[in-house]
Design a protein around this ligand. Structure first.
Ligand code: KG4
Ligand code: ZN
Length: 340
């Protein structure tokens, strides 16, 4: 089955063609057009500007992907319906509805977070897919969640951030340090030159006894430290801050592993590009539960992309879980899972 994926929930316009043969996913082609250069001067994403850029870019990108004008060879269309920025989501949703109507193909509405969860199925070849139950640490610019996938399309929310997301903390601390948006790549690069033991930033919520996170206090701690130490080394602050975030994420994920005994553990979302987090979580899972396999997406699929949306949509399509184009609307607060 061949699926066209469309993703416009935030500041990347993305399209992809993905094959799913009996549950084995293969990326045929995937294109991402980033708007970072447009938003960098605002220090963050402006929804209306993002939407206008999606309108300009989406159809040329579909042409570049080689999608035939009559939709020949495509079995279904998957689109991100939420969560995200409403004006931005609408561009993808309306385009997908139009194509589904014109081509007479079924439509699948995909939750953006579900897309990130499926980024570890985009492996191809002989590599192993995650087995269920799969515990996912989803860390992006908008979300920090521990989700237990008990089967395809079956999710339980085990814990989430109570305030800022991990990626948001990277972005805000980068701003404090005078680094460009998005902050994660800039901080992780500088952190390599710094000493993570220089500053003992707080590890928030480690003693909370649940699987929730909180990152706004950590950001404030960095702000206070910078006020008191205006000449601090940016590399040392970056390394110490990153260490605090990674420690917190790893400790809570291991706690979830010990409680829920997953067969596999995955690390997904934009922050999954962080080399320190990828390595530290892998080591921690291996010693906490040697039987569990550990899965991280290729770097091309950590950030927002449409291949992950098509992958998630393909499993829904295999289960004939289609969406009525007449009732589909962008949903900025679309929920993935009930909290357990
Ligand atoms: O998944 P994503 O592309 O978009 C959302 O759905 O939010 O995640 C973007 C987030 C940004 O906050 C960015 O700073 C962060 O991922 N990020 C990183 C790294 N690369 C991107 N955070 C830490 N280390 C990185 N190497
Ligand atoms: Zn995302």
């Amino acid at each position: 089955m061949r699926i066209l994926g469309i993703e416009t929930s935030c500041d990347e316009t993305a399209v992809a063609l993905v094959d799913n043969e009996d549950g084995k996913v293969r990326v045929v082609s995937s294109l991402v057009s980033s708007q970072v250069d447009i938003h960098v001067k605002y220090g963050g994403v402006v929804p209306e500007v993002a939407a206008r850029s999606h309108v300009d870019v989406l159809f040329p990108l579909l042409e570049q992907l080689g999608v035939p004008r009559d939709g020949k060879g495509i079995d279904a269309i998957a689109v991100t319906a939420g969560p995200g920025l409403v004006p931005a989501l609408r561009v993808g949703v309306e385009a997908a509805k139009t194509l589904a109507w014109a081509w007479k193909k079924p439509l699948v509405a995909v939750n953006h977070l579900e897309g990130h969860l499926y980024s570890v199925w985009l492996r191809g070849g002989a590599e192993m897919d995650p087995a269920f139950p799969c515990l996912a640490l989803l860390v992006s610019g908008g979300h920090t969640e521990l989700i237990l996938m008990t089967g395809h399309g079956q999710y339980e929310l085990l814990g989430a951030t109570r305030d800022d997301a991990a990626g948001e903390a990277f972005d805000k601390v980068a701003k404090l340090l005078g680094l460009p948006y998005p902050g994660g790549p800039a901080i992780s690069k500088l952190a390599k030159e710094g000493d993570p033991s220089t500053i003992a930033f707080p590890r928030p919520m480690l003693e909370s006894g649940d699987l929730d996170f909180s990152f706004s206090g950590l950001k404030t701690a960095v702000a206070v430290y910078l006020e008191q130490h205006p000449d601090a080394s940016v590399a040392d602050v970056s390394a110490s801050f990153q260490e605090a975030v990674v420690d917190t994420l790893v400790t809570k994920t291991v706690a979830a592993v010990m409680k829920h005994h997953p067969a596999s553990v995955s690390l997904v979302g934009g922050v999954a590009a962080n080399a320190s987090l990828r390595a530290r979580l892998g080591d921690a899972v291996a010693s906490a539960r040697p039987d569990a396999t550990y899965h991280v997406p290729d770097l091309a699929f950590t950030g927002d992309n449409a291949a992950m949306i098509a992958a998630a949509g393909s499993f829904r399509a295999l289960a004939k879980d289609f969406t009525d184009p007449l009732t589909l609307a962008a949903d900025p607060n679309m929920r993935l899972a009930k909290r357990v």
